[in-house]
Design a protein around this ligand. Structure first.
Ligand code: AMP
Length: 475
């Protein structure tokens, strides 16, 4: 491995030299040494150096020479571009301001002449760049023009969803996301369409998915793993409490926001169930799939989600999955045997939790509620104060100011566990934000009513994006 790495480095250095880039890389590297060795710092130094000298950045060269991820480069270029005061950026901001003024006029006019808000169109957003590809279309980074905040815009080409099953999958995802209100589940802000596309506007999670995050670090230290896993459990537990199964829990479907807060995403194969209902559909990702799904004799979905959660925990603390094979048939055999090895460096309490989730018999598996009180979490630093332990509420009741406590606080337990705390209402009506949204042309009553009735319209999107910023500032 080492030899191979060495020789490829030499080859790439040569090609970089020919484009004068190595010099910039070295400059970037030495600049970064003063601060840290993180990729981000290295790339950002290189980008600064290259742009100062009007050099074209050779991305391929950077990726090969420094073993840097393409997404990291994109992210850094984007950060550098958007933080600079270059004429192009200033021009872009001026354009956005102009478009925002136009939108405000349109909203006011619509209320005045029709007594109703205008339908959302792509004019309400500026699409900046593509950030991902899903089963039915592309995901773009977008700017919400009224607030200037970033969002993720999922575009689904209608011609690809002609089949009833695809339509069902998308409508189910929209319906479920509209229902869920939890800080560890990606938030659906609004849905609109034009002739060709259906657009889902989601809160933006800029730090990518957990798969990439774990890959970068090879595996996560248990303290970090606890921090992240607790949030995943919290989000999934909220879904289960509201009879929603995710059915594709895996590293790729966990995104991280700018504060490294977990956001579970991709509810494309999720569904509602009745308590104790047995289902038969086969879905999920091979390495994460539960044995009872493979057996194909019907299963209770919440136990299958716990199995996948066990695979996920194994994957974050070891950097690998517990069940592997060269083909699906063999993989199924390995899963059905339920035999796997947990490396010695994993703590005993973490091993115990993994084993309790990866029980072949679904009814012997630890419940989602019990995971939160498992001893692995006892020694987590700051664990008791983590925000991630606070659940949201299903969206119907989020603005009613009620406090729920479905699990009582264990008086004997010094630290809180993730099963203990339920939050106050998630979104409050705040005067300064209300005034800002009023400034976009919506009446005060309309904004309050949109929030209270949990509508997915443009006024509530504006309110939510500003509210998130306000919450961030407070932290
Ligand atoms: P999906 O269609 O949900 O599977 O999304 C495809 C890819 O787009 C994901 O793997 C992410 O890289 C990216 N993506 C989707 N939603 C978001 C989001 N809300 N924030 C940031 N990236 C996202």
């Amino acid at each position: 491995m080492k030899e191979h790495g060495k020789s490829s480095h030499k080859k790439n250095s040569k090609s970089c030299n020919s484009e004068n880039l190595l010099e910039y890389i070295i400059k970037g590297l030495s600049a970064s040494k003063k601060t840290s060795h993180k990729n981000e710092t290295i790339i950002s130094s290189i980008i600064k150096e290259t742009s100062k000298s009007n050099m074209k950045l050779n991305e391929k060269c950077l990726i090969n020479t420094l073993n840097i991820d393409k997404q990291d480069i994109d992210q850094s270029i984007f950060k550098e571009k958007t933080s600079s005061n270059s004429p192009a950026i200033l021009e872009e901001r001026k354009d956005d301001e102009y478009l925002k003024d136009k939108l405000i006029k349109l909203i006011k006019e619509s209320f005045r002449t029709r007594g109703h808000y205008p339908q959302t169109t792509l004019d309400f957003y500026r699409l900046v760049k593509m950030i991902g590809k899903g089963a039915f279309g592309k995901v773009f980074l977008g700017v919400h023009l009224l607030t200037g905040k970033y969002v993720a815009v999922k575009s689904i080409e209608k011609k690809y969803i002609k089949e009833e099953s695809s339509q069902k999958r998308i409508f189910q995802e929209v319906y479920i996301l509209k229902k869920i209100n939890h800080q560890n589940v990606i938030r659906l802000l609004e849905v609109f369409e034009n002739k060709r596309y259906l657009f889902l506007v989601l809160e933006y999670a800029p730090k990518g998915d957990l798969l990439k995050y774990v890959k970068k670090k090879t595996r996560l230290e248990e303290d970090v793993a606890k921090e992240i896993f607790a949030q995943i459990v919290s989000g999934l537990r909220h879904c289960h409490r509201n009879l929603i199964l995710h059915r594709d829990v895996k590293l790729d479907n966990v995104l991280l926001d700018k504060n490294n807060k977990v956001k579970i995403c991709d509810f494309g194969v999720s569904r509602f169930v009745k308590k104790g209902q047995t289902i038969k559909e086969q879905c999920g990702t091979p390495a994460y799939i539960a044995p009872e799904i493979i057996k194909d004799k019907g299963y209770e979905g919440c136990y299958a989600d716990i199995w996948s959660l066990g695979v996920l925990l194994y994957a974050i603390v070891t950097g690998s999955v517990p069940f592997k094979a060269d083909n699906i048939e063999d993989l199924h055999k390995v899963i059905l045997k339920g035999k796997y090895i947990i490396p010695n460096y994993v703590s005993e309490s973490c091993k115990d939790l993994i084993r309790k989730m990866l029980q072949l018999n679904p009814y012997n598996r630890i419940s989602i509620e019990a995971i939160g009180s498992h001893s692995w979490f006892d020694k987590g630093p700051e664990f008791g104060r983590r925000e991630s332990m606070y659940d949201g509420q299903i969206r119907n009741s989020i603005f009613d100011g009620e406090h729920r406590r479905t699990h009582s606080m264990d008086k004997n337990c010094k630290k809180n566990t993730i099963a203990e705390v339920e939050p106050a209402s998630v979104i409050r009506i705040l005067e300064p934000i209300l005034q800002k949204v009023e400034g976009f042309g919506y009446s005060r009553e309309f904004v309050i009513q949109s929030i209270n009735s949990n509508s997915c319209n443009h006024a509530s999107v504006s309110y939510y994006l500003l509210y998130e910023e306000f919450q961030g500032e407070k932290c």
